[in-house]
Design a protein around this ligand. Structure first.
Ligand code: IPE
Ligand code: IPE
Ligand code: MG
Length: 259
């Protein structure tokens, strides 16, 4: 059912590939990178790349849900992205208003539930409202979780979790000996995802091969797939190629290969 055409990066040969439907990664996380370069290559302003990138989010969220992915986490704005020129930041802050304003009916139709992780209290009021409304409108959806990392930073997330645990300890409600990996995991912004909180597959587009402060705790055993396409050029086929690459890996989690 999930077959796609794949072009070999070295030989240019096109082959039809088949995805193993029994090995679809449950949690896929994507660092959506390259919007600015995509636009610059077309002599367009950077924000044109962000706009096109938003359309890609719609395409990819729909495709991911049809593939049976359970959680799709998308890195939309980092705690470091405030360093950009204010016109670009303002545009990025308006995108969720536009995105949810037009896409919520499709999300409901596809049974997709919206989640947002990040320091949302620091977002402009209109952005916060768009996020709140989308979460409320999709709260009864039982299919894929579409998790946006918005004003998110992996280190900040860990700091916040540690502060909370320290407060509980100080109040006498937590014995430091009870601070386990599970306990820390539960305090992170993915804690509500339970067993699904760690990405199985992490994709980064645009050729950059770094994490840029994304899900530092949760990616301990994720498979990384770096792709050269800029995010606005990403689509269902590129997603399937990344999943195909994932399916060729042997996850060992520190144990031995199980052949
Ligand atoms: C990713 O694209 C989107 C955000 C970080 C908000 P970029 O804006 O980082 O695009 P490049 O990396 O400059 O090309
Ligand atoms: C990471 O991309 C953040 C998002 C995709 C939202 P950046 O473009 O901000 O990362 P760096 O600056 O290249 O590391
Ligand atoms: Mg970038």
């Amino acid at each position: 059912m999930f077959s796609f055409l794949s072009k070999d990066q070295k030989t240019g040969e096109v082959a039809e590939r088949q995805l193993d439907e029994t090995n679809i990664p449950a949690h896929v996380a994507i660092i959506m990178d390259g919007n600015g370069r995509w636009a610059q290559q077309r002599h367009l302003p950077r924000i044109a790349g962000h706009k096109q990138g938003m359309n890609t989010v719609k395409t990819v969220a729909t495709a991911a849900s049809h593939l049976g992915i359970k959680v799709l986490t998308l890195y939309a704005f980092s705690t470091e992205n405030w360093k950009r020129p204010s016109a670009e930041v303002n545009y990025l802050m308006k995108l969720p208003v536009d995105f949810f304003g037009t896409f919520v009916p499709d999300l409901v139709k596809n049974n997709i539930r919206v989640k947002v992780m990040g320091y949302t209290a620091d977002l402009p009021a209109a952005t916060q409202k768009a996020v709140r409304d989308a979460i409320a409108a999709t709260k009864d959806c039982t299919g894929m979780v579409l998790n946006f990392a918005l004003n998110y930073g992996g280190r900040a997330e860990i700091v916040t979790a540690v502060q909370r645990l320290a407060q509980q300890a100080q109040a006498g409600d937590l014995d430091p000996a009870e601070i386990t990996e599970q306990r820390i995991g539960a305090e992170l912004m993915t804690g509500d995802l339970g067993d699904l909180q760690d990405p199985d597959l992490l994709i980064r587009t645009s050729g950059e091969e770094r994490l840029s402060n994304f899900m530092l705790w949760q990616v301990a055993y994720s498979e990384f797939v770096f792709m050269t396409q800029h995010w606005p050029d990403f689509d269902q086929t590129t997603l399937e190629q990344a999943i195909y690459a994932y399916q060729q890996r042997h996850r060992r989690f520190g144990g031995l290969k199980n052949e």
